[in-house]
Design a protein around this ligand. Structure first.
Ligand code: ADP
Length: 333
């Protein structure tokens, strides 16, 4: 008779296997499960299954993959088997390709159109028209650069390699630069900046901080109606050793049930303005990721009760405190 080592087979399966007792305490989990949750298999015994999986769910999203949960019981134990549902991933990728293609094609078409017009009718155009066309070409190129930067950030986040250069930076002067860029793009939106007197510098990566602020200010203007004002305020946070940066708009707002979804990648929430505006659904995912890499936090308050209730995105980033040694710790991240 052949002696088959079933445990070895289960241990090396390319799917998750978990066995729990009547109390839903884990008695066995295979290697795939442990690497998925970054945990040591020996430490699992006695832990509740629901520390890892949602109760009564047929599927679960883990590290970008949707897993189908299959369960069967015997007299003593319940056996859980998790396999990747490919079709979900394919849908995410096909949505991604169509969003990105659209996001690339629109500004490229506009750049080519205005360049063509200028080349063909250069002699007939006056100075003002040339200036207008060149401004559009520049704005559309900026949009392409923002998209490419976001796509690069996504791939770096995916391979967990963001290469942050953390140093002490002055949030006010960085935000002033960003406001100049956004004002150029949205000339009809008044943008105000206020900064409390005693605000210290923050510990952050300069480029990434600008990328965060560009995404937040771009959204604040994009999801507000014409002339909707945007306010940025920098203060000391109630949370000790943190600086608070609030971006407040009076736009369409976000419904409570969509609050957690806005930070998911490739997710655009339908509102009166998403249909009219362009976006890849990547901005807030990247923003949250970068802020957390810099040991910060982002929260949002929003309402759709009144037409212009608007949203407030608050970013908390560590303040420079020369006694804490935190600069060094972050540099190593
Ligand atoms: P994008 O703007 O490219 O769609 P984001 O990740 O930046 O992607 O935002 C995700 C969604 O969150 C947007 O589609 C929009 O519905 C919503 N959102 C983001 N910022 C705001 C805001 N300031 N006001 C209202 N809705 C917002």
């Amino acid at each position: 008779m052949i002696n088959i080592d079933y445990k070895k087979i289960v241990e090396n399966l390319d799917s998750v296997v978990i066995v729990v007792d009547y109390d839903n305490k884990i008695v066995y989990a295979n290697r795939y499960f442990c690497s998925l949750f970054n945990t040591n298999c020996e430490m699992l015994a006695g832990k509740s299954l629901y520390d890892f999986l949602p109760e009564h769910a047929d599927t679960v999203l883990l590290k970008d993959y949707t897993y189908k949960i299959t369960k069967f019981d015997d007299e003593f134990y319940s056996y859980y088997y998790l396999t990747i549902v490919d079709s979900q991933m394919e849908k995410v990728y096909s949505d991604f390709i169509s969003t990105v293609s659209h996001e690339l094609r629109t500004p490229l078409t506009s750049i080519r159109g205005f360049a063509d017009t200028m080349l063909m009718s250069f002699e007939k155009l006056d100075k003002q028209q040339i200036q207008k066309f060149l401004t559009i070409i520049k704005e559309q190129s900026n949009r392409l650069i923002k998209l490419v930067e976001n796509l690069l950030s996504i791939s770096r986040i995916q391979v967990q390699q963001s290469n942050l250069v953390i140093k002490s930076i002055n949030p006010k002067s960085q935000i002033e630069q960003v406001i100049d860029v956004i004002k150029n793009q949205y000339p009809s939106h008044p943008i105000e900046l206020s900064c409390a007197d005693d605000v210290p510098n923050i510990l952050a990566d300069e480029n990434k901080f600008q990328q965060i602020m560009i995404n937040l200010l771009d959204n604040a203007a994009k999801y507000s109606y014409d002339k909707g004002s945007v306010r940025v305020s920098i203060t000391n946070s109630a949370k000790e050793n943190f600086v608070s940066i609030k971006v407040e708009d009076h736009g369409v707002g976000i419904e409570p049930q969509n609050m957690s979804r806005i930070f998911e990648k490739f997710t655009r929430i339908e509102n009166h303005l998403t249909r009219k505006t362009q976006g890849s659904g990547l901005g807030l995912y990247i923003v949250k990721n970068l802020i957390e890499k810099m040991n910060g936090k982002i929260c949002v308050e929003s309402s759709t009760v009144l037409p212009n209730s608007g949203s407030v995105f608050e970013v908390l980033l560590p303040a420079v405190s020369y006694t804490s040694g935190s600069e060094k710790a972050l540099e190593d991240k």
